[in-house]
Write a protein that binds this ligand. Structure first.
Ligand code: NAP
Length: 312
């Protein structure tokens, strides 16, 4: 008999269809009476498909006593209670690498869009201000700036290698120095003081909660820009809003927010902020590759009790 799998979301229609073909798939997202579904199939579910955004709803694991594996769509795993998973012997997989290029591209896109004021420029042309008032106000050049990256991992390094040809000098902050030529800072305020542009690319979770705080933003300074493609939790958002309001920094490019999708509306009032709705990995190509990796992890678990890309 095929393995019973509970999917909390549709990873991508073609890949969910693949799962339905191979496994005894139950769709939590398509079930109105979720408790009735759990009463009926909870005991036979051995694998759970979820995402880095969705996580596992409170109390769900208690109703899946034979759960062996959680295959997550996304690379970040800050939403999961890893201790609880370990204690129950539940393995977890994610989808690293396949999204690195698109997320790094998004960071670079937000960096350029913020310094060059793409959204203001677009409005300037569209709204007729160009014809009525003449050229838009001057913007800031990326070339010659110092770029500080928080978290020089897979995505951080891909950001660095894309940013260098734009003529920036790269520095980074993390828990340890890497074997790279970029300048290392063991102190985040010191990195921010050195940087003209700060890009956040570290994991979310307790260890990084609010580390981009008022001190860091004030060290970045009034000509400095911050770009966040990591997690909203890494940013002290009230401090960011205060820094934008009081011109403590020059601008921000944001893909992630503390409260998603109900982001703090104050951020929408600044014309020196470029907003993107957590879409860094949101291309057809990358989402397909992530979905394929979810399928591959499930297949590996089913066939040989192993995972292709384990968190642990
Ligand atoms: P990764 O390869 O594990 O890199 C994470 C880096 O962060 C590591 O180099 C690590 O370096 C550093 N780091 C870890 N803990 C830290 C801490 N407490 N303080 C400072 N730096 C720390 O992960 P990745 O694949 O690059 O992904 C990074 C993050 O991007 C994910 O965790 C996820 O939250 C986010 N992400 C966002 C999107 C999006 O849609 N916006 C998409 C994908 C990923 P050290 O070990 O040296 O500290």
């Amino acid at each position: 008999m095929s393995r019973s799998v509970l999917a909390l979301l549709d990873v991508r229609p073609a890949y969910t269809a693949m799962l339905a073909k191979k496994y005894d798939l139950h769709r939590w997202d398509q079930t109105d009476d979720k408790q009735a579904l759990l009463d009926q199939v909870g005991a036979k579910i051995t694998a759970l498909v979820t995402s880095a955004g969705f996580g596992v709803p409170d109390g769900l694991m208690d109703q899946l006593p034979n759960l062996e594996v959680i295959t997550s769509f996304g690379v970040g795993y800050d939403v999961f209670d890893l201790e609880a998973c370990r204690a129950r012997g539940i393995r977890v997989s994610n989808t690293p690498d396949v999204l690195t290029d698109d997320v790094a591209d998004t960071a670079i896109m937000l960096m350029h869009a913020t310094l060059r004021r793409l959204v203001v420029g677009d409005d300037w042309a569209r709204s007729g201000q160009w014809a009525a008032k003449g050229a838009m106000p001057l913007t800031r050049s990326v070339r010659g700036k110092k770029l500080g990256i928080i978290g020089l991992g897979r995505i951080g390094q891909a950001i660095a290698s894309r940013a260098e040809p734009s003529g920036v000098e790269v520095g980074y902050f993390g828990r340890r120095r890497k074997q790279v030529e970029y300048r290392y800072f063991d102190d985040l305020v010191a990195l921010a003081r050195w940087s003209d542009i700060l890009i956040v690319a570290c994991p979310g979770g307790d260890a990084t909660k609010g580390i981009v705080n008022a001190d860091v933003l004030s060290a970045l300074g009034q000509d400095g820009y911050v770009v966040n493609i990591a997690r909203g939790s890494v940013m002290d958002e009230p401090a960011l809003i205060g820094a934008l309001r009081d011109n403590v920094i020059a601008g921000a490019g944001l893909d992630v927010f503390y409260n998603e999708p109900n982001m703090d509306r104050a951020l929408a009032n600044f014309d020196n902020v470029v907003l993107y709705p957590h879409g860094a990995s949101g291309t057809v190509e990358t989402r397909d590759a992530m979905a394929q990796l979810v399928v591959d992890n499930l297949d590996a678990w089913d066939q040989r009790g192993d995972l292709v890309t384990p968190v642990f």
